[in-house]
Design a protein. Structure first.
Length: 137
């Protein structure tokens, strides 16, 4: 299993909307960055992802699971980019802010800090455990 972080603007798609999508999940589409798209292509069914509210909040607010691996993104007219399907797993009792992540020296290497505009990124298992602990999971 691999771990990831998916960013979404909460006024466009929030953790609460993801939860309402239920067990069928929702399509994660609209990614138009090649590196982020390649990360989507690397995801496997069962992988877990932190759900990060970007722009508004800048915090990890939940966890979702990949239920369908990459397929052609129907919103891409040029047919170059892919989408996945994710389903809600849990909402964090305590959100983990970007500020808190930056304060933790063991997390300074994360793309979340180094490539702040990247919307889909891998999270190594050690960092996944640290962030889970920060969120009282």
């Amino acid at each position: 299993m691999q771990y990831w972080l998916l960013k979404s603007e909460p006024n466009v798609w929030s953790i609460d909307q993801q939860k309402k999508a239920g067990s069928k999940g929702a399509t994660w589409d609209g990614v138009r960055n090649y590196q982020a798209s390649n990360n989507l292509k690397s995801m496997k069914k069962g992988d877990l992802c932190f759900f990060y509210h970007s722009n508004i909040g800048k915090e990890i607010v939940g966890i979702v699971e990949v239920t369908k691996e990459s397929f052609l993104d129907k919103t891409d007219k040029n047919k170059k980019f892919v989408a996945i399907i994710v389903k809600f797993k849990k909402k964090l009792k305590k959100s983990i802010t970007l500020e808190d992540i930056k304060k933790n020296g063991a997390l300074k290497h994360l793309s979340l800090i180094k490539q702040s505009r990247l919307s889909v990124m891998p999270i190594d298992s050690k960092s996944w455990k640290i962030i889970n602990k920060m969120g009282n999971i």
